[in-house]
Design a protein around this ligand. Structure first.
Ligand SMILES: [Zn+2]
Ligand SMILES: [Zn+2]
Length: 204
């Protein structure tokens, strides 16, 4: 799919520029942020005010980073590897949190996934490939333009306040001597070693 600059709202276009391509996954993240923002009145987080907890590491997360300024580096992007298109946004300023859970109810989604399987298997006809592109584009447009509540269950939740990023101490690993956060050193055979060395020990 081409990056058609005139076609999308400027904030979605910023997500596309960052992500590198237009795709339904990115549009899911965009819509999730919109859904959450409506409840909490969120804006881009200059300094950790907004925390996003994401339950997948798909394309969608790039939209969260761009729109809300949540990044690993700032410690306000929390990744849970749970394989769900669920996004929880927490506003430190108000103490409120909202959870947006993708329902999958995007028109043509089942057909698109069925064709994708045929494309991956090398069995798709040219007509099916064209139909696939068309469905992708329709999905993106629907996700970007519609009321995000069409595609998400959105509710306010109470969550434990994630700790602020803090300065951590580090020490050399007893085996490879590389500086490692103290909290990540693993006690092994009377030594404190890093996860890299610990995983080598596992396979020896
Ligand atoms: Zn993508
Ligand atoms: Zn080591």
């Amino acid at each position: 799919m081409k990056n058609r600059t005139d076609k999308y709202p400027p904030d979605f276009q910023r997500c596309v520029d960052f992500h590198g391509h237009v795709c339904p996954g990115l549009a899911i993240g965009y819509a999730a942020v919109k859904a959450g923002s409506r409840v909490l009145n969120l804006s881009a987080s200059g300094d950790e005010e907004v925390v996003a907890i994401v339950e997948n590491d798909s394309c969608a997360v790039d939209a969260v980073q761009v729109l809300l300024g949540c990044t690993f580096g700032k410690g306000n992007l929390v990744f849970r590897d749970w394989g769900k298109q669920i996004f929880t946004f927490f506003d430190r300023a108000t103490g409120r949190a909202v959870r947006a859970s993708f329902t999958g109810a995007v028109p043509g989604r089942d057909e698109r996934h069925a064709i994708k399987q045929r494309i991956d298997a090398g069995e798709a006809t040219d007509q099916e490939k064209r139909r696939f592109d068309e469905l992708r584009e329709q999905s993106v447009t629907a996700l970007v333009d519609s009321d995000p509540r069409t595609f998400f269950d959105v509710r306010e939740v109470k969550i434990q306040v994630p700790p602020l990023a803090r300065i951590v101490t580090a020490s050399p690993c007893d085996r490879c001597d590389e500086l490692t956060m103290d909290s990540r050193l693993v006690p092994t055979g009377g030594q404190l070693i890093c996860h890299g060395c610990a995983s080598k020990t596992d396979t020896e």
